[in-house]
Design a binder for this molecule. Structure first.
Ligand code: EPZ
Length: 441
């Protein structure tokens, strides 16, 4: 029976399910082959932390290579609500946090962007008081902030939660945080960033043990150092910060997005298309490249910041997500899409977030053979996927469905694009430039 597509309503053949929505959807025609080179944008997870980091400085800071994303837009709104002045020119932001007076970030904004909780560290360190709504859970997990709070308490802050707001203040005449030795029960990216930022203006030395080692943490540390902060060991599991009185202005370029780059490498593999990516920092992609090679692809370093994927027959492999330098949880969904078309059985264990396998049901709609038990998914490779209407449930799940749509036979219609727009800059244009047949309708 022929599909009937009427604006806003999609009738599923042979089923009663009608999807009513005015939200735009992405229609992808597959299977498609890609060619050429794609430009990788600045890293979302660096931009968000570094934008929060500008609150540490009372001079103007210039940040370059800032991706144009919904999440970045939300962080701008949160900074503005705290009294920060922001001017922008394409991917350059001039941020002036001289006048931050408002110490409370508005709930409606914080609830839309978990990373906004990271402002608690810099505001507390600068003003000695901060009030930030609890961000609450999201699609992929409960995502508590207990490690952030315990770190600030160890530095002398009094923290209590009242009516969903985290109230933090530093008692004493100079209301300045004090350096402390902090062991993180889990190498949380956010907690490491919050504590590291707060420690830059604290009295004395702070040692963060079992710290997160993600490249975005290192990028934030380099940004803070460019403002005069004294930070050693970022990128390792022990970070040492010697507090300073104040920080100064800077002009800082953000690193390329390793997760966007990983997503495009998988686009090349899943469509069996040799494509190049620029700019990337290959070291940041080590776990991703290692798994692509295990699966049968080659990733060639063409120049210092240019890589090329040369696909091969796809073989099954096992993946376990772990903190960096382990395999990134933010690439798990995309690799699951790839492994649905590989020869053999793959086991994927999601150990970082407790609810990050929701894309399985949507991939099954496309004919994938996946069985889930707890946080483990067993993927049995199938010869092909078929296009279908699917619903994105979170940011990286949306990317996985787009990748599956590029390889699937027929038309795939992806709904829930607000997830995609949070973390991928112009992904449709970039894919179209590589030859993909897709359109947002
Ligand atoms: C950052 O989130 C990234 N977000 C996430 O990317 C990424 O998935 C995650 O790190 C892990 O790499 C940003 O940088 C903005 P965590 P974050 O604190 O900092 C638990 C994407 O797709 N935990 O390292 O929130 C937590 O529940 C996003 O771009 C506590 O228990 O991650 C989770 O299970 C999604 N208590 C685990 O640690 C805490 O206080 C890892 O979380 C903090 C975290």
């Amino acid at each position: 029976m022929e599909d009937k597509t009427i604006k806003g309503t999609y009738i599923q053949p042979n089923s009663q399910s009608v999807i009513e929505s005015d939200d735009p959807v992405l229609e992808i025609l597959g299977p498609t082959s890609l060619k050429g080179e794609v430009t990788i944008s600045g890293a979302k997870n660096s931009a968000l932390a570094i934008m929060a980091g500008t609150l540490l400085c009372s001079d103007e800071c210039r940040i370059r290579n800032v991706p144009s994303l919904v999440d970045v837009g939300r962080m701008k709104q949160i900074l503005a609500s705290l009294g920060v002045k922001i001017t922008e020119d394409k991917d350059i932001l001039d941020i002036n946090a001289k006048e931050i007076g408002q110490t409370q970030a508005p709930y409606d904004l914080v609830s839309q962007l978990r990373a906004s909780f990271f402002v608690i560290g810099p505001v507390l360190a600068r003003l000695g008081v901060a009030r930030v709504p609890l961000p609450g859970g999201c699609a992929i997990g409960a995502r508590p902030v207990d490690l952030h709070v315990r770190g600030l308490q160890a530095m002398g802050a009094e923290v209590h939660i009242e009516h969903g707001i985290v109230h933090a203040c530093v008692k004493g005449s100079r209301s300045r945080l004090k350096g402390a030795k902090i062991y993180l029960d889990y190498p949380s990216v956010g907690a490491t960033e919050t504590i590291m930022m707060a420690a830059t203006l604290a009295e004395g030395e702070t040692i963060i043990e079992n710290a997160a080692q993600e490249p975005e943490v290192e990028d934030l540390a380099n940004f803070c150092r460019s403002m005069g902060a004294k930070i050693r060991g970022a990128g390792t599991n022990t970070i040492i910060v010697s507090g300073v009185e104040r920080l100064h202005s800077t002009d800082y370029p953000i690193i390329p997005d390793r997760i966007e780059a990983g997503t495009f490498l998988v686009a090349g593999a899943i469509t069996q298309s040799p494509i190049s990516l620029y700019p990337v920092i290959p070291e940041h992609l080590t776990p991703v490249i290692a798994k692509l090679e295990e699966i049968g692809c080659q990733v060639i370093l063409e120049e210092s910041k240019r890589v090329r994927i040369v696909p091969g027959a796809l073989r099954a492999t096992d993946i376990e997500t772990l903190p960096y330098p382990g395999f990134p949880t933010d690439m798990q969904a995309q690799f699951m899409a790839l492994l649905t078309l590989s020869e053999g059985n793959s086991m994927i264990s999601e150990t970082v977030f407790e609810n990050r396998l929701r894309h399985v049901a949507e991939l099954q709609r496309m004919g994938a053979d996946i069985k889930v038990k707890g946080n483990v998914a067993v993927v049995k490779g199938v010869p092909f996927l078929s296009g279908a209407p699917v619903m994105a449930t979170d940011l990286r799940a949306s990317a996985a469905l787009v990748l599956a749509g590029l390889a699937a036979q027929g038309k795939t219609v992806v709904q829930g694009l607000h997830h995609l727009d949070r973390g991928y800059e112009n992904i449709e244009d970039k894919l179209r430039q590589l030859g993909a047949k897709l359109q947002r309708v």
